[in-house]
Ligand binder design. Structure first.
Ligand SMILES: O=C(O)[C@H]1O[C@H](OP(=O)(O)OP(=O)(O)OC[C@H]2O[C@@H](n3ccc(=O)[nH]c3=O)[C@H](O)[C@@H]2O)[C@H](O)[C@@H](O)[C@@H]1O
Length: 444
């Protein structure tokens, strides 16, 4: 068998005559030469293989990170994104009556958001909720509200209104006719502790939402929650929509007032239909644990003292407490009467309605009177610490003039504070029980 080198490089007849030494030398050189060539060849193969695998690994990483980016942008703590998620949204948005609405409710796991979502769904409108489930107060209460809504086939997307990609995705999936914007950082006194959360939700979040609504095609009509607190240090009673609102007493109030101005610019520039509702101290079942009527109830039942603030010269503070069912009727009537937005895809085509309404009860009640009603319902006495109202953003009283809402929305509050608190206490006891197990976990 010829040596390998001969097979690869057949000798010429002249080469056969080379002497042995020369042949041997040549042979060694040839071996060295062949060895380095084959090594180079193998190295080259190895490098090609390495490069190929590196490139394909890069591709894998890139596609993997694209996948991760995609999923993480919608995964705000839940199974968000994907076909099943989209299907849930579509099914929740389904309209089940003629001329029904398809409404995106922001803050849907909040107090007012839950009640409004339910009312809309019950009459056959399509409802999709969005809520970030933050821990301003016990998130388990928000989750319980969500569970209640889910039992009525209402889907709540877990996400923040500052997430513009999420908002764009929702509007891609559903052509919302209306947005009921209730997501906000609420609470008057907490603004001194955490001012930035008010800017995040009530300013930045509002603008992100309006940006989405302005570019949507069709543009939805927007109804949103302003606040009685915009009247600030106004002392002309009752408070009318035409009164001055340029003296807010808290950062919370200032962000709500700013919201009224911001929505005005979107109405003016882009033709968005806007209705701002100034809610007056809303209370009722499934309410907010940070509010006085709720925390007083919890403390009275637990035998803990409550702090009752008093104004200057020992004047009692008073609020135009408004029952949730009345507020819901005002919200739904606002959606029903909201004129259409006129623009599309970010271009205004004509003037659109801009409205502001007070939604109050028109009968202010003092804080000590509120405490007496709770004591009667709970059949327990409160341990009261009375102290002067600290300068933390509170206002001494609120009182709504509701004639505009009455005229244009047919709004007529029907529940007095005694009736409303009786219903609240009944709910509280059924939800938390007398032993306050869940009440203890309320995070204030
Ligand atoms: O109407 C509104 O616009 C506002 O109503 C409520 O704000 P507020 O009226 O201050 O409601 P509470 O916190 O329940 O206070 C009610 C009254 O109880 C008093 N209070 C509160 C807490 C407390 O420990 N003791 C006490 O006497 C307050 O000074 C106030 O006069 C909501 O918390 C705000 O989110 C909402 O925007």
């Amino acid at each position: 068998m010829p040596p390998l080198e001969e097979e690869l490089f057949p000798s010429t007849p002249g080469k056969i005559k080379i002497d042995r030494l020369h042949h041997n030398m040549m042979n060694r050189t040839f071996h060295r030469c062949f060895a380095s060539t084959s090594t180079m060849f193998l190295w080259a193969l190895f490098l090609i293989a390495l490069t190929a695998s590196y490139l394909s690994f890069q591709g894998f990483v890139a596609s993997g990170s694209r996948y991760l980016q995609h999923t993480s942008s919608w995964s705000h703590g839940g199974s968000i994104g994907g076909l099943h998620w989209e299907k849930q949204i579509r099914s929740s948005a389904q309209i089940r009556r003629s001329n029904g609405l398809s409404v995106l409710v922001t803050g849907a796991a909040g107090f007012v958001g839950t009640h409004v979502s339910l009312a809309l769904q019950k009459r056959g409108d399509g409802v999709v909720g969005i809520d970030n489930f933050n821990d301003y107060y016990d998130p388990s209460l928000k989750k319980a509200r969500r569970a209640m809504l889910e039992s009525h086939r209402i889907f709540i997307v877990e996400g923040d209104i500052n997430d513009r990609r999420l908002l764009a995705k929702l509007f891609d999936i559903v052509a919302f006719t209306h947005v009921m914007h209730l997501a906000a950082q609420a609470g008057v006194r907490y603004a001194m502790e955490n001012p930035n959360s008010y800017i995040h939700s009530n300013i930045a979040g509002l603008v992100t939402l309006l940006e989405q609504c302005k570019s949507a095609d069709p543009q939805p009509a927007i109804v949103w929650a302003s606040s009685s607190s915009v009247y600030g240090l106004n002392d002309k009673v009752p408070f009318s929509e035409a009164d001055q609102t340029d003296q807010p007493a808290s950062l919370y109030a200032a962000t709500k007032k700013a919201g009224e101005e911001i929505t005005h610019t979107y109405n003016h520039i882009y033709g968005l239909s806007i209705t701002g509702l100034r809610f007056f101290t809303v209370y009722g079942p499934w309410g907010r644990p940070d509010m006085a009527y709720f925390s007083f109830t919890r403390n009275i039942l637990q035998g803990k003292p409550i702090t009752v603030y008093r104004g200057k010269n020992r004047v009692d503070l008073a609020r135009d407490f408004t029952y949730i069912d009345d507020i819901v009727k005002g919200c739904v009537a606002s959606l029903d009467t909201a004129g259409k937005s006129t623009g599309s895809g970010g271009k205004k085509k004509g003037p659109a309605p801009y409205r502001i309404y007070n939604l109050g009860n028109t009968s202010p009640v003092t804080v000590p009177a509120l405490v007496s009603i709770l004591e009667k319902n709970l059949k327990m006495k409160a341990k009261k610490n009375v102290m002067e109202m600290p300068g933390n953003g509170d206002v001494p009283f609120t009182h709504a003039n509701i004639s505009l809402a009455q005229r244009e929305l047919g709004y007529k509050p029907r529940t007095d504070l005694s009736t409303g608190l009786r219903k609240f206490v009944r709910w509280y006891l059924s939800y938390y029980g007398h032993n306050h197990d869940k009440g203890n976990s309320v995070n204030l």
